[in-house]
Design a binder for this molecule. Structure first.
Ligand code: NAP
Length: 498
C-alpha cells in the first residue's frame, strides 16, 4: 500500500525530472525576462514547481522557430513522421505510471483516472502514426475530356495549439498527433495550472526523434498578451483550441485577422436523458461515469439529468447511494475516487451553483456540504427538483454535482435538451434501439452516448455543434483539420508521335 511519505518522496523525484523551461527551436531555455510561474497541487495547495513564464518576445520566437522548421518537416517522408509518433506512443505507455502521478499531482484527478488518460493520450499517437501514411488525394477526368484533375493534401503550415487544464496530456496529444502526422509544425501553449504534463510530453517527443522546431512549447501566465501577437502575426496558419466558449470566441475573432483555419473544442451543457424503459443498472453506471469522470471537470460531463417520472425516484435514490459512497481525497492515495477541483475559484463556483439551485427550490438528495481543510474539495452531490431559472441549468457545473429533473413527454424533453446555446454531447438511456436512434438524431449535439456515459475515443470524431465548437478531433477526420487541399489542373491535348 502507498503511504503519504512514499508518495512525497516519489513526487519530489518525479517533479525534479521534468523540464520547467520553454522549448523553442529544439532548445530548453528560460523566459527572455527570466520570469517563472508556480504550479500548485490542488489537493494540498503546495507549490510543486516553478516553470518559465513566457512573454511576448518568447511567444514570437516560438512562432518563428515553427515557421523555420516547416519546409523541411513538410518534406519529411510520412513513414518517418509515423515512426516518431509510434515511438512516442510506446514511450508514453512505458512511462504510464510516472506520467499519471505527475498529472495527478498538478491536476488532482485520482491516479487510476490519470493512468487511463495517459493510455488515451498515447492512443492518439498510435492512431495518427497509422493515419500519417494514409493521406490520400484524388484523380479525375474533366467531363469534356480537356483536362485531368489531380487533388493533393498538404500540411496547412505552422499551428498554434492551446489547451485547458482538465485533461493535461490528452488535449495536447489529440492536437499534436494529427499535426505531426500531417507534417505541420507547432507552438503549444498549455494551461498555466498544468504545464508539467505537456513539458514531459515535449521531452518524450524530442527523444522520439521529432526534429528541432517542429514542436515549441510556451508556458505563460499571460495568455492573452502572449497569444494575440502569435495568432495575428502572419506565421500561424492554423489554430486548434480547446477551452471555454468565451475564450474560443475571442480567438475566433483574432484568427479572422489573418484568415487562420480554426478548430474549436469548447464548452458543453450535456443533457442525460433516462427514458421510461431504461435498465436502471445501466442508467446509474452511465450517470456516474458521465458525471464523475474527472470529478465532473469535463466538457462532456452530464450537466442536466432528465429522468422519466416512471423511474425518477428509484434512479435518484440509486444515484445518490453510489455518489455518496465515493471516496474523496488526494488522488495520489490508494482508494481515492474523487480528487479536488483545480483551484479555489472553481470550488467556490460549484458551491455557489448548488446554493443557488437550493435557494430556488431544489432538494438535496445527498451531499451538499462544504469541505473544510486543505485542498479544493467538493462533496459529491445529488440535487433533485431543479427549478427553471436555476443557474446550473445554463452554466457548466464543472464539478461533482448531479442536477436531476423529471419529464413525461418525449417531444418536450428533446426540446428542453436542445434549448441551450451549447451542443457538444448528449446521453440517452433506453433499451429500445429505434427510440435511441430517433432521439439521437433529434438532439442538437456533435456526439451521443447511448447506454454509456463515455463517448471519447481516439478512433472517433470528437466535437460539437452550436457554441460547442468547430471541427473534429480524432478518427479519420482528425487529420483533415491539419491538411489543405490543393487541386492541380493538367490540360491534355490529343497528340500523336511527331
Ligand atoms: P479557458 O479559460 O478557456 O482556457 C483554455 C486555455 O486558453 C488555457 O490555456 C488558457 O490560459 C487559454 N486562454 C485563456 N484566455 C486566453 C486568451 N485571451 N488568449 C489565448 N489563450 C487564452 O478554459 P479552461 O478553464 O482552462 O478549461 C475549461 C473549459 O474547457 C470548459 O469550458 C470545458 O468545457 C472546455 N473543454 C472543452 C473540451 C472539448 O473538447 N470540447 C475539452 C476539455 C475542456 P489561461 O488559463 O492562462 O488563461
Amino acid at each position: 500500500m502507498t503511504t503519504i511519505t512514499d508518495t512525497a518522496a516519489t513526487s519530489t523525484r518525479l517533479i525534479a525530472s521534468v523540464p520547467t523551461q520553454l522549448f523553442i527551436g529544439g532548445t530548453w531555455r528560460a523566459a527572455a525576462g527570466g520570469a517563472t510561474t508556480d504550479v500548485v497541487n490542488p489537493a494540498t495547495e503546495e507549490v510543486l514547481a516553478s516553470v518559465a513564464d513566457a512573454d511576448v518576445e518568447d511567444g514570437v520566437a516560438a512562432a518563428e522557430a515553427a515557421r523555420d522548421a516547416q519546409a523541411a518537416w513538410s518534406a519529411t517522408p510520412a513513414r518517418t513522421r509515423s515512426e516518431i509518433l509510434y515511438r512516442a506512443f510506446t514511450a508514453l505507455m512505458e512511462r504510464q505510471d510516472e506520467l499519471a502521478m505527475l498529472m495527478t499531482l498538478e491536476m488532482g484527478k485520482p491516479l487510476a483516472e490519470a493512468r487511463g488518460e495517459v493510455a488515451y493520450a498515447a492512443e492518439f499517437f498510435r492512431w495518427f502514426a497509422e493515419e500519417a501514411v494514409r493521406i490520400d488525394g484524388g484523380f479525375s477526368h474533366r467531363p469534356d475530356g480537356t483536362a485531368r484533375t489531380l487533388v493533393v493534401r498538404q500540411p496547412v503550415g505552422p499551428c498554434l495549439l492551446i489547451t485547458p487544464w482538465n485533461f493535461p496530456l490528452a488535449m495536447g496529444a489529440r492536437k499534436m498527433g494529427p499535426a505531426i502526422a500531417a507534417g505541420c509544425t507547432m507552438v503549444l501553449k498549455p494551461a498555466p495550472q498544468t504545464p508539467l504534463s505537456s513539458l514531459a510530453l515535449a521531452r518524450i517527443l524530442q527523444e522520439a526523434g521529432l526534429p528541432d522546431g517542429v514542436l515549441n512549447v510556451v508556458t505563460t501566465s499571460r495568455a492573452a498578451e502572449v497569444i494575440e501577437p502569435i495568432l495575428t502575426g502572419g506565421i500561424i496558419r492554423k489554430l486548434s483550441f480547446t477551452g471555454s466558449t468565451a475564450v474560443g470566441k475571442i480567438l475566433l475573432q483574432q484568427a479572422a485577422k489573418q484568415v487562420v483555419r480554426t478548430s474549436l473544442e469548447l464548452g458543453g451543457n450535456a443533457p442525460f436523458i433516462v427514458l421510461p424503459d431504461a435498465d436502471l443498472d445501466v442508467a446509474v453506471d452511465a450517470a456516474v461515469q458521465a458525471k464523475m469522470r474527472n470529478m465532473g471537470e469535463a466538457c462532456t460531463a452530464a450537466n442536466r439529468f432528465y429522468v422519466h417520472t416512471a423511474v425518477s425516484d428509484e434512479f435518484a435514490q440509486r444515484l445518490a447511494q453510489r455518489m455518496s459512497a465515493l471516496q474523496v481525497g488526494d488522488g495520489t492515495q490508494d482508494g481515492v475516487q474523487v480528487g479536488p477541483m483545480i483551484d479555489a475559484a472553481s470550488r467556490d463556483k460549484v458551491q455557489r451553483l448548488v446554493e443557488d439551485a437550493v435557494a430556488k427550490g431544489a432538494t438535496v438528495v445527498s451531499g451538499g456540504n462544504s469541505v473544510t481543510g486543505r485542498g479544493y474539495f467538493v462533496e459529491p452531490t445529488v440535487l433533485s427538483g431543479i427549478a427553471a431559472g436555476s443557474e446550473l441549468l445554463n452554466n457548466e457545473i464543472f464539478g461533482p454535482v448531479a442536477a436531476l429533473q423529471t419529464f413525461t413527454d418525449l417531444d418536450e424533453v428533446i426540446a428542453t435538451a436542445n434549448d441551450t446555446e451549447w451542443g457538444l454531447v448528449a446521453y440517452v438511456i433506453t433499451q429500445d434501439l429505434d427510440l435511441a436512434l430517433n432521439v439521437s438524431e433529434r438532439l442538437e449535439v456533435g456526439m451521443v452516448g447511448v447506454n454509456t456515459g463515455l463517448v471519447s475515443a481516439p478512433s472517433a470524431p470528437f466535437g460539437g455543434v452550436k457554441h460547442s465548437g468547430l471541427g473534429r478531433e480524432g478518427g479519420r477526420l482528425g487529420i483533415e483539420e491539419f491538411l489543405d487541399v490543393k487541386y492541380i489542373a493538367i490540360p491534355i491535348r490529343e497528340r500523336g508521335l511527331a
